[in-house]
Ligand binder design. Structure first.
Ligand code: SF4
Length: 388
């Protein structure tokens, strides 16, 4: 039986953060119950095409999944296996934001089989949280982490953002040390992107905040790589680190890596349910429509909720495999590539690989190719070279 990942998008948030352009909506509480029913109906609709697939990772993301009432979340999670085959030992992640979860919710989720928690901490500095428009405080972030531990979560990710307007290298250093002192199993560190149309972009355009400084953000990234490595974390994807453990031996990615996200980077199949969710079955890349009301309505009328579906040609699958795979620190394995596509890496990309190697952006050896430390800072330049 083939395996795949299952992603479920919950597009609701308490309020909209100033930098956010994700598919998420504040308010809309009146839709929550119908949305969960629609998700379950979409899962049942997909069982025809995906019923023979075993889902060995589940990721409930958002938005803020814990914005849903606990009984709705539980109903969703407990009803899913009657629609789609979910492996008993699946990695099951839920995203949560501090201020939206307490110990009771987390204990119930943990007992129900959710075994990985990703907390949107973003910063451990009060002023930075306000600048980002986050609803929680530093104390609430710490309380959520403590509640997660008490609830029995032993696979915890913290998200942090760097490169904030006005943030100094010393402040980022302090934030990283504080985060490390909390001993999470996993850290995701993202450079702040200023998305057009967000309040943050407007504040910068009005001169109320300074624009991001790319050189400083690069220094922050370098610092993170050094500090996390020294603290015993393995860098396994451009923005992701997992604590090293004895189970890592013999595996290219650390055992505590997010197994669901590894599927994206290894270009393996996944099914996405809910608004704005994407799916990839190995041949087609599809995206769902973005509007929750329309999604609920169309599901109720038995209509498709796809906004787009693209049949990928061989050259598209190759390009995606290269761009996604190079995000991983392990890079692209020669043998796996040849097995999957029937061609050697150099046969298809020889001149590009030699050029990027010569520029010090790619490391090339008998196992495969991967970004160098410098290449990680210039990832987009490298990825663009593999576009068809
Ligand atoms: S919590 Fe996340 S999804 Fe929701 S508004 Fe903030 S950044 Fe966007």
């Amino acid at each position: 039986m083939r395996t795949a990942g299952l992603y479920i998008h919950i597009p609701f948030c308490r309020s909209k953060c100033f930098y956010c352009d994700f598919c998420s909506y504040a308010g809309m509480e009146e839709l929550h119950a119908d949305y969960v029913q629609a998700l379950l109906a979409e899962a049942a609709n997909e069982s025809g095409s995906w019923g023979e697939t075993l889902f060995d990772t589940v990721y409930i993301g958002g938005g803020t999944p814990t914005q849903l009432a606990l009984d709705l979340l539980l109903n969703l999670w407990e009803s899913l296996p009657t629609r789609l085959p979910i492996a008993a030992e699946a990695e099951v992640t839920i995203e949560a934001n501090p201020g939206t979860v307490g110990r009771t919710t987390l204990s119930v989720l943990r007992s129900a089989g959710v075994n990985r928690l990703s907390l949107g901490v973003q910063s451990l500095n009060e002023q930075e949280l306000r600048l980002l428009g986050r609803v929680h405080t530093v104390d609430e972030a710490r309380a959520a982490i403590e509640a997660a531990r008490q609830a029995g979560f032993d696979n915890l990710n913290l998200d942090l953002i760097f490169g904030l307007p006005g943030q100094s290298l010393a402040e980022w250093h302090r934030s990283l040390e504080q985060a490390l002192a909390l001993a999470p199993e996993h850290l995701s560190l993202y450079a702040l992107l200023i998305e057009e149309g967000t309040p943050l972009a407007e504040h910068i355009a009005q001169g109320r905040l300074s624009p991001p400084d790319d050189d400083l953000a690069a220094d922050m990234y370098e610092l993170a790589q050094d500090l996390l490595e020294a603290a015993g974390y393995r860098h396994y994807e451009i923005s992701n680190w997992a604590r090293s453990s004895s189970d890592d031996r013999g595996h290219r990615a650390p055992a505590l890596a997010c197994q669901h996200n590894l599927k994206y980077w290894r270009n393996e199949p996944y099914l996405g349910l809910g608004v704005a969710a994407h799916s990839y079955d190995g041949q087609h890349r599809c995206a769902n429509l973005q509007e929750p009301r329309l999604y609920i309505e169309r599901i109720a009328r038995g209509l498709s909720v796809r906004a787009s579906c693209l049949h990928l040609m061989e050259e598209d699958r190759l390009a995606e495999t290269m761009m996604l795979g190079l995000r991983l620190i392990e890079g692209i394995d020669r043998n796996e590539f040849a097995y999957r596509f029937g061609h050697e890496l150099e046969e298809l990309y020889g001149p590009t690989i030699r050029k990027l190697g010569g520029q010090g952006l790619l490391e090339v050896d008998e196992v495969g190719i991967r970004l160098t430390r410098r290449g990680r800072l210039l990832g987009n330049r490298v990825f663009a070279e593999f576009l068809p």
